[in-house]
Ligand binder design. Sequence first.
Ligand code: SAH
Ligand code: SF4
Ligand code: F3S
Length: 432
Amino acid sequence: MTKKLFVKTYGCQMNVHDGERMAELLAGQGYEQTDRAEEADMVLLNTCHIREKAAEKVYSDIGRLKPLRAAKPDLRIAVAGCVAQAEGAEIIARAPSVDLVVGPQSYQNLPELLARVDRGEKVVETEFPAEDKFARLPGRKTRAPAAFLTVQEGCDKFCAFCVVPYTRGAEVSRPLARVLDEARTLVAQGVREVTLLGQNVNAWHGAEGGLAALVRELARVEGLDRIRYTTSHPNDMDDALIAAHGEEPKLMPFLHLPVQSGSDRILKAMNRKHRAADYLALVQRLRAARPDLLLSSDFITGFPGETEEDFDATLALVEEVRFGMAYSFAYSPRPGTPAAERTPVDPDVAHDRLLRLQALITRQQREAQESMVDRVLPVLFEKPGRQAGQMTGKSEHLMAVSVTAPETLRGEIVPVRITAALTNSLSGELAA
Ligand code: SAH
Ligand code: SF4
Ligand code: F3S
């Protein structure tokens, strides 16, 4: 009999992808995915520890499952992801209805872990095993034209605010041959675009030449038309990778390159190991290689010690770069990180700065989107749009585009004339 699995994922794209892989693995155990928690036999909360709010959500979610559990006593509740890794057995102590806690480096063991749950055990698995977890996962199965592909995991950077080095462990790169095999498997299933994932994806060293070499190998895979990667660190942006942006047409002209702050004092306190001017010089070199490159970034406001002057430096950096989009967050102290020991900035001040920064970023995003109007852009159609008769897809600059188009164009890259810039997407018409 098939059982039903409900997965709820928080956090980064890596977590989204891990959620997909866990669902694929559990499909082999007779679990069929549902988007309705009420009919689930197992609920998998795939959690994020990055900010306090994200980490606390898991407990409110578990609370909300109470009536379901009351109605269905053998409902399984599993907690995966970075909160699982960070809090381990504490989760079951605080929320006894949880059956299983599994960290991101152990999810390949889910079938065995669930068998132990079936025998009545409460199971906590947060080891960092030495084995290649990908070797133990089932082959990829996807029907989407664009797919994620994990090439690197973990982080050795230890930014003073961040839990990721603790929740995801040390940097590990998957070998070139394995990545190429997986890419070919995806392409054989109709995938035209891959996004290479890693916590520090440009620190990939699965072969000589680093990420640039991997991009160039992937570009030779016939049928694969678009390559992206995320998230990169400014200090790992080497000459070869910058050059690849100019020379490799399959490498898309959109780059997420987090900078966090525009103040040298704060960058130092954050342990980012570069100055604002280094970042600006890097942006200049990238744009010299690929003039239409659109940049995106992450920012934190109200990091301990941040003054109004430091914040002005962040605004100045944003003004100078002109981002296509960016994510920004008010600083959240995280247990176990060095910054959590420092005197915090007043949360109201941090929030006020966040709003000012977001207003500036929103203006820049709007400008980037408006610059696309009247242009003819190649769009990879991914799925039906919100309105009947519409398809949505992505432009090379990773902007969502909605077009009246037949569903048969799913998986095709088609020229689209952009007619309007909406808040978070573009609309257009088939140009052919
Ligand atoms: N590996 C990536 C992303 C890490 S997490 C990188 O190096 O950039 C994604 C973003 O969350 C970070 O870039 C940072 O802007 C934000 N973030 C991380 N820890 C945070 C904290 N304690 N408070 C607020 N924002 C945080
Ligand atoms: Fe966190 Fe810094 Fe590593 Fe990014 S580089 S994951 S922000 S420690
Ligand atoms: Fe969150 Fe873990 Fe990703 S803390 S941002 S889910 S690496």
